[in-house]
Design a protein around this ligand. Sequence first.
Ligand SMILES: Nc1ncnc2c1ncn2[C@@H]1O[C@H](COP(=O)(O)OP(=O)(O)OP(=O)(O)O)[C@@H](O)[C@H]1O
Ligand SMILES: [Mg+2]
Length: 383
Amino acid sequence: MPAEEKYAAELAYLASVDKDPRPFAWRLSPRMIRTFILGAGPGDSFDRPIAQKFFGDASLVERAIVTLASDRGLLLIGDPGTGKSWLAELLAAATSGNSTHVVQGTAGTTEDHIKYSWNVAMVIAGGQSRESMIPSPIMTAMQRGEMGRFEELTRCGSDVQDALISILSEKYITIPELRGDESVVYAKPGFNMIATANSRDRGVNELSTALKRRFNFVTIPIVTNKKSEKEIVLFRTRELMARHTISVDVPPTMLDILLQTFADLREATANTASEDQRLESSLSTAEQIGVLEDALLHSNFFGDKALQPGTLARSLVGTLVRRVPEDVSILNKFWHASATETEGVKKRKKGEEAATSAAPKSDKSPEWEAFVAGGKQALTSFK
Ligand SMILES: Nc1ncnc2c1ncn2[C@@H]1O[C@H](COP(=O)(O)OP(=O)(O)OP(=O)(O)O)[C@@H](O)[C@H]1O
Ligand SMILES: [Mg+2]
């Protein structure tokens, strides 16, 4: 469900109390868009809760909003799973009330995908006309003065990038097959582009300087702060549970085990020199959400009322193993180390936390033991 539908009531409410001027035909003022995305602050007095939807720097979100009101497109750059597409969707929903004018960039994306194509049957029957033309999502966004989205911009070839340059600078698309007024589609004010690019893809298809100039770049950092990460995971989990009407309980210890395991895996990854000793997975927040989703759905369909450590471990293994046997062997090593080096882990944790706090029970708790055992068990299935 697109964000504008999921949050329809919230968006309508914010529009109804919005007193600030709105650029173009935007649904909300820039301030309200910020509130919609980052949630209501303590100084706001709204009659209903406005939840935080994107977790990140306010200045980053503000810069994105300002860009959308300017002549330049917005390019969100970051590692996989940092929430680029999610932020793009929220921005489009809040400005245009429509986040679905999306083109997915791939090596196979052609100019047609971003301009227009033809309904062949209609062309044969009645010739080329506006009726037999199929506008691309971007052309539709232009006609309606809404946000067009372009996912994974860096993945497509230079001809597509060149076509985008003209869309972003001239703000019209010509249709040479048609005559007169029919032969050009102008963008209504309010049209702009929100593109995303994966920083790991960069260099595969370096953007041309001409295209770069037409975008403001906003870099989305990886969330490394455990508290924010926990909030993101929780936020997403609650949404998922509502969507599936899942009533599985997620004990706080389970969440801690998940977050800690990812932190440990990231640390282990950072400490290995060779590329083939690293999991293919980016170990992003999105991957954590994926693991928890999988575990929750599994519990909901086949299991208990509360999330069990073994289920979580199996989901983790299932989600992170992409290459057999490489990933299996990396996880095996990790898991055996975490079982035998409990003392080391403990020491490190003690150093991190206040010395006075009760010794972290994590590594010795029955949940941890069940989790580790479940993981080892799951790994034996890849033979
Ligand atoms: N900072 C964040 N705030 C809120 N949710 C986040 C954040 N980072 C990640 N997520 C969640 O992670 C999920 C995946 O994020 P998303 O698909 O937007 O990542 P992406 O950066 O587009 O990744 P990719 O480069 O692989 O396309 C989203 O559903 C989102 O809910
Ligand atoms: Mg994405």
